[in-house]
Ligand binder design. Sequence first.
Ligand code: FES
Length: 163
Amino acid sequence: MTETEEPVWKRDFPYQAVGEDEVTRREFARFLVAGAGVMAAGNVGFAAWTQLRTINTGEPREIIALSEVPVGETHLFRYPTEADPAVLVRLGDREVAAFSQKCTHLGCVVYFEAEENRWHCPCHEGNFDARTGEVLSGPPPRPLGKIEVELRGDTVWALGADL
Ligand code: FES
């Protein structure tokens, strides 16, 4: 059979569908458009998710009376939900700071080391600044999740969290 000859099956079934040659291209184009649409929707969803993660979450809530936390001591609580372990430290007479207790490396629990004035993660020796939660050393890729706190009289309030 030469290239100009029709195949046997075409001779036996000499019916030509309308636009037979374009079907494959159209389907290919549809797959391309559908694939691009799915990727675009995925990108939009991912961008929204990352934005929502950094939005200030949590309702203003009383945490503890300041007088119950001696200077240099901590108080464990949960914020913004009962599933979020958090820790407050009293750094001075009227100075407090609060953070998520989860290390930003692999999620171990961080502890306050008063003598070093830092948060310490024993899992891989990660260290964070006591006041700001910024990474001082070790593998954590970002600061501790911060909980905004405010003193109202003798009461410590949590106002929101950036976890
Ligand atoms: S989990 Fe905290 S340093 Fe690795």
